[in-house]
Design a protein around this ligand. Structure first.
Ligand code: GLV
Ligand code: MN
Ligand code: MN
Ligand code: MN
Length: 441
């Protein structure tokens, strides 16, 4: 068939799983928090070190390396029919504060190992194969998740809003990018947009980030859909004042308004009646942040997700109503209620699921079809498919995206995150074989 196979059921691939583990450990050392935790925030020095490291590996593998205006990094193995849409894979290496060393990283270093494995096996791609390291999948610094892949998908409003966005130190996106070596004019952001037919398929290898595969003893998950994420930023303002001198009836405490809204989020999520609806208040900041000062300002950020977009949107609407009611009841000003993103879910394309099922069967691995409750850059790469009809975020048409998972301890976004070398090697093999198959289609 042109791609590596064997008749005896033996794996046709030799993945260097020790080498991959070494790479993962090395990348984890580029961190702004002590091991075993990893903190690697967009355009920080550590992020820059990780970027140089990834480009170095791409060069060693003989890939043709390109970097776009915001630092998405592409390593391409040019196929014999270079004019055809490429088969792409990839993920991110930025890490939220005090997280682990596998989230995203397995999908970048593992993808590079998949390419290396295919090269060692003598495979010759027809469609080019490409590994992408996406800029800022995590929303840590500017509050925008999947920044690189959103831009690639050509979201015009994002290109506009990035010009004005600042981090919590008041550093603008353009300044931060510039100090990391990505000097650009606002209009250069458009150069990141990709044409719809750039890729024929996209697959992302990622750790599960949940407990299902481990519990069921299954090494590989094939993702059929990604849940719909949304995030909201809310601010309340009150008069503040002295914690001793201002009596309770005279207060309008912005902190208590935020606390009440956080509980309302939980209530609305639980009232949805579905176990698939989840909501989190992961950021709650009070100003001035002194024990003896009534909070005069509060800032909270709310993450709401569901596999059902309408049910997720209903929760957002109820949260909006609660914010207004709380502001009225407590005499505080609702100075901001901003929906930062309200994305539709994505469905994996059958052709990609088929390629992955082919791969796991060829490798004699057990697998499970599952949905991803975490979001990934795949959510936006899916929009690059020709069949995505509407940029309005309403009409969702599937796609060319899907990824396989490797078994974790169920922990993610914390230092205890773990994937075994064997599971990662299986993930790499599935990825390599699925990409090889898609490359020849
Ligand atoms: C991304 O890391 C997410 O929160 O799913
Ligand atoms: Mn993450
Ligand atoms: Mn991730
Ligand atoms: Mn994610």
């Amino acid at each position: 068939a042109g791609f590596p196979s064997s008749d005896d059921g033996e794996s046709p691939f030799s993945v260097d799983s020790e080498g991959l583990q070494r790479q993962i450990d090395e990348l984890a050392s580029f961190s702004d928090s002590p091991a075993p935790s990893v903190t690697r925030v967009l355009y920080s020095d550590k992020d820059g070190q990780a970027r140089r490291h990834i480009k170095g590996i791409m060069n060693q593998l003989g890939l043709s390396v390109r970097e776009d205006a915001v630092g998405n990094i592409f390593g391409r193995w040019v196929g014999s029919e270079a004019g055809l849409g490429a088969v792409a894979t990839g993920s991110h290496v930025d890490a939220i504060p005090f997280s682990g060393k596998y989230d995203g990283v397995v999908g970048v270093l593992g993808a590079l190992e998949a390419i290396s494995t295919l090269k060692r096996s003598g495979f010759q791609p027809k469609r080019s194969l490409e590994v992408i390291m996406f800029t800022s999948e995590e929303p840590t610094r500017f509050g925008i998740s999947c920044l690189g892949s959103r831009l690639m998908a050509g979201i015009e409003e994002l290109a506009q809003s990035l010009i004005n966005v600042v981090d919590n130190q008041n550093v603008s996106f353009l300044e931060a990018a510039s100090s990391a070596g990505y000097k650009m004019h606002p209009e250069d952001l458009h150069s990141v947009f990709l044409k719809k037919d750039s890729y024929s398929a996209f697959i992302e290898l990622h750790i599960e980030q949940g407990p299902i595969l481990e519990k069921e003893g299954i090494p590989i998950g094939i993702v059929t859909a990604i849940a719909a994420p949304a995030s909201i930023k809310v601010e309340f303002e009150g008069n503040g004042g002295h914690a001793g001198a201002v009596l309770m009836p005279a207060r309008n405490d912005a902190g208590l308004a935020a606390a009440e809204l956080a509980l309302a989020v939980e209530k609305h999520v639980l009232d949805s009646g579905s176990i698939d609806t989840v909501g989190t208040v992961g950021i709650l900041q009070l100003h001035p942040g002194a024990i003896n000062s009534i909070p005069s300002k509060s800032h909270i950020e709310i993450d709401v997700r569901d596999i059902d977009e309408k049910r997720r949107n209903d929760v957002i609407e109820k949260v909006r109503q609660s914010a207004a009611e709380i502001s009225k009841k407590r005499g505080v000003v609702l100075s901001e209620f901003q929906i930062i993103n309200q994305d539709p879910p994505a469905q994996s394309d059958k052709s990609v699921i088929d390629a992955m099922e082919f791969a796991v069967k060829q490798l004699n691995l057990e697998y499970k079809l599952m949905i991803s409750r975490a979001y990934h850059d795949s959510l936006f790469m899916a929009r690059l498919s020709f069949s995505f009809l509407s940029p309005s975020h309403q009409l969702i048409r599937p796609i060319m995206s899907s990824f396989c998972r490797i078994s974790p301890m169920g922990y993610s976004h914390k230092p205890e995150e773990y994937a075994s070398p064997e599971d990662m090697a299986n993930g790499v093999k599935v990825l390599a074989l699925a990409m090889a198959k898609l490359s020849l289609e």
